[in-house]
Design a protein around this ligand. Structure first.
Ligand code: FEO
Length: 397
């Protein structure tokens, strides 16, 4: 994609990534892609704000070349040292050795660890300003959004906030880079939620603190390092992030995430009956086969819904492993304070429920009811399952 002017002298020089299958080596983006947004502020002094992942070197340098020579860059602002934004740093330092690197004290430490040699780093303090000529940049420390060194950069005159990971999302840019040009906001908002829960959610407290800290700052454009630039309605993405962050400690939306796994279809039959019962109560429900759905896509539902219905058989005197795996990930991401229920089949011994209880207890999930059946479900079992689902849904209202 060509360079796009965001405001006078401010250019988006980002790149799309449609070839990485797993973001952070973990989260699928093979269908959605991601963008690494970076920006150039061209003035008496020129500042480059963030870089991109290392393998995007040719494309990224081509973007810069559309605006200026590498030799004209005076500063490189490193808002965040994670290599999706800093991977090009070693190459850039060789090609533009005159540029001063700007970051927090912690950035300097982590830069040394990741790339070696921090002598060209100038540490900026929280609230410090830097005049480029017509433009003045201000730096705000926002630790743990996403790593401890993270900061945001604000153009005071143009009221643009370069927020890096914060307010970002998965989803390569499809030509349009601004929210007001985008005809499928649903895609970007969905992918912002998936990104939030996959990457940022564990740091929801720091997200709320950063939003509060920046509240007095008049922002007209939010320019994150992933996904759309928000210039028509920057408040929208701030509100979404604040809402998702609050779910870390406050009740989520009434609704059910129905997780199930089934070896030979018996638990699946029960799942369908349970889903019928839940749906009868007119409450939102999302259904995931835990053996076939990557947890990246399950987490957003778990995060935003107040109830979790789980159906899984006993497997070798324990819980069906794909269900245990999803619950382990939920624990790592601190998906807390849900109402929960469990159903599942067993052959000659139980065991699933004990393991499940052990997994969800640290998450403070309230296991309100369980329903276990032997072998295949009878007509009575299916009827009981429908009532079981309906009772659970009513408990969430
Ligand atoms: Fe987009 Fe935390 O890196």
């Amino acid at each position: 994609m060509s360079v796009v002017q965001v405001r006078p002298d401010i250019y988006w020089i980002g790149v799309n990534d449609r070839t990485t299958d797993l973001f952070e080596g973990l989260w699928p983006i093979d269908r959605e892609g991601v963008s690494y947004n970076a920006y150039l502020v061209r003035d008496e002094k020129t500042a480059l704000i963030d870089l991109a992942k290392a393998f995007k070197a040719d494309e990224f340098l081509g973007q810069i070349a559309q605006v200026c020579d590498l030799g004209a860059i005076d500063y490189v602002v490193i808002n965040h040292i994670e290599p999706d934004h800093s991977g090009l740093l070693s190459l850039f330092r060789r090609l533009a050795p005159q540029a001063t690197i700007l970051g927090t004290e912690k950035t300097k430490e982590l830069l040394e660890a990741f790339y070696g040699g921090a002598e060209s780093v100038r540490v900026v303090q929280d609230g410090e300003t830097l005049s480029l000529g017509r433009h003045t940049l201000q730096f705000f420390s926002t630790p743990f959004v996403h790593w401890p060194e993270t900061m945001m950069t604000y153009d005071q005159g143009e009221k643009v906030l370069f927020s890096c990971d914060a307010f970002g999302g998965y989803g390569a840019l499809r030509g349009a880079i601004f929210d007001d040009q985008c005809v499928d906001m649903g895609f970007y908002e969905r992918e912002a939620l998936r990104y939030y829960v996959n990457i940022i959610a564990k740091f929801s407290g720091p997200v709320l603190r950063a939003i509060k800290k920046l509240q007095p700052v008049p922002v007209e454009i939010i320019a994150p390092s992933h996904g759309l630039i928000w210039r028509k309605n920057p408040q929208r993405i701030v509100e979404l992030y604040a809402q998702w962050a609050r779910y870390a400690t406050e009740p989520a939306e009434p609704g059910v995430t129905l997780l199930y796994g089934s070896m030979y279809g018996n638990t699946e039959k029960m799942m369908n009956a349970v889903a019928q019962g839940i749906s009868r109560e007119d409450i939102a429900i999302e259904v995931f086969d835990v053996a076939r759905t990557h947890f990246s896509y399950i987490l957003p539902s778990l995060w935003t819904k107040s109830g979790v219905m789980m159906g899984a058989p006993t497997y070798e005197v324990g819980l069906f492993p794909p269900m245990a795996h999803v619950l382990d990930i939920a624990a790592r991401k601190r998906v807390m304070n849900k109402k929960a229920a469990w159903f599942g089949s067993y052959g000659w011994s139980g065991g699933a429920q004990k393991e499940l209880t052990d997994l969800i207890t640290p998450l403070k999930w309230d296991l309100v009811e369980t329903l276990e059946f032997r072998g295949g479900p009878t007509a009575e079992d299916l009827k009981a399952a429908e009532e079981f689902g309906a009772r659970f849904a009513r408990a969430l209202k």
